[in-house]
Design a protein around this ligand. Structure first.
Ligand code: ADE
Ligand code: ZN
Length: 393
């Protein structure tokens, strides 16, 4: 039996939370040359967390067809090619990043418009709860035991002025799923990058005062290229969030450069960076990430599909890890991208020669990076170790 690879973890208190920092990068980065390929079935069997997935990106094609039919809304194109956004959501030309293929041919902004369309199909609390429950079931099928799911209410047009009702309906679906033994899910409430400072501070204050069920964090997403640098604008909202006990995870370094990652750290008290891959262009930032253990929540297929990198050979994931940065591997928007977490982990394992020890380390890193309650996180670390033993790691 080989040596058990377990990241060294140490607990510290940050903003009144006990958080566990993970200097896991050396263990994560260690590659076994010629490691035996780990299949998706084995990956599914490893208990794990997912920390970068948008609820808006989890509508399956069949969900869209059924919801559109229920609401009497015409499809924007042939059902079979609904996820071909280049066809149905043509971009305004100036606001796109370099085109990928399929879902990404319109770039990130066209993709966000597609999310608006599909979230607009959810109009009743029953539909929202059902979507939440089905998401939890799919997470469980991938062996995911805990998820921080990003919800950006600006996409959900039917709920303007009653976002609290949307959050309650989603929480009901997650509650029911948990009662049924499915994946435990908390919500990162996301601001859209183009929202105003006033809107952001009002939302942060409302979240802190009302503490909607299952909302654990404040987040920012959207297209950085279109909105420009927004961290200073959102700083007061994130001060309120931090002081009010909300965790923080920020999209940066996807459609912006490394400066977006610096901004998220300096102005928004980011505990995690969603994507963050453009950090690779700034040596000082890479060293800072390695030193602080702030994880980058990387999504390989999303980056390829949305044209952030043209191919895996040019993707910086392996180099970031080699230089000591903690990473998690996630799906981002699994349904339109056509992926599952086991596919993402398998893609990374095949590309970088990871075997079981690296995937076990990745599972530990996913839990450590997550905002799971301490007791659940401890339980999951134990479960990962038990699974590792059973797999002979
Ligand atoms: N919302 C959903 N997916 C996103 C992405 N990849 N980047 C920014 N915002 C998003
Ligand atoms: Zn994302």
């Amino acid at each position: 039996m080989g040596a058990r690879v377990r990241p060294i973890r140490s607990s510290e208190t940050r903003d009144g939370h006990t958080v566990t920092t993970t200097p896991t990068a050396p263990a994560q980065a260690h590659v076994t040359p010629g490691a035996k390929r780990v299949d998706e079935e084995t990956i599914r069997s490893i208990p794990k967390a997912e920390v970068h997935v948008h609820l808006e990106g989890t509508f399956e094609l069949i969900d869209l067809i059924e919801l559109a039919r229920e609401s009497g809304v015409p499809l924007p194109g042939p059902a079979a090619t609904l996820f071909d956004l280049g066809t149905h959501f043509a971009p305004d030309t100036t606001d796109t990043i370099d085109a990928g293929s399929g879902v990404g041919t319109g770039g990130l902004s066209a993709f966000l418009r597609f999310l608006d369309w599909q979230c607009g199909l959810i109009r009743t609390p029953q539909q929202a709860s059902a979507l939440a429950y089905r998401f939890a079931a799919r997470q469980s099928a991938s062996g995911i035991r805990y998820t921080d799911v990003i919800v950006n209410p600006t996409h959900w047009s039917a709920w303007r002025g009653r976002v609290g009702d949307l959050l309650s309906a989603l929480a009901e679906g997650f509650d029911e799923a948990e009662r049924d033994g499915l994946c435990v899910i908390n919500i990162a409430y996301s601001l859209l990058r183009t929202q105003s400072q006033d809107e952001a501070t009002t939302i942060a204050r409302w979240l802190v005062e009302t503490r909607p069920s299952r909302v654990i964090a404040l987040s920012v997403d959207g297209d950085e290229r279109v909105a420009g640098r927004t961290a200073e604008k959102f700083a007061p909202a994130f001060d309120i969030a931090r002081d009010g006990g909300l965790r923080r995870t920020i999209h940066a370094g996807e459609s912006s450069g490394a400066e977006g990652v610096w901004d998220a750290i300096r102005h928004l008290h980011a505990e995690r960076i969603d994507h963050g891959v453009r950090a690779i262009d700034d040596d000082e930032l890479v060293a800072h990430l390695a030193e602080t253990g702030i994880p980058l929540d990387v999504c390989l297929r999303s980056n390829l599909t949305l044209g952030v990198y043209p191919d895996l050979a040019s993707h910086p994931l392996a180099e970031l890890m080699r230089r000591g940065v903690t990473v998690t591997v996630n799906t981002d928007d699994p349904a339109p991208i056509g992926t599952r977490l086991e596919n993402e982990w398998s893609l990374a394992a095949d590309a970088y020669g990871w075997g079981l020890p690296q995937l076990i380390a990745l599972a530990h890193a996913s839990v450590t990076a997550s905002f799971a309650p301490d007791a659940l996180a401890a339980e999951l670390h134990e479960a990962i170790d038990a699974r590792a033993l059973a797999l002979g790691v």
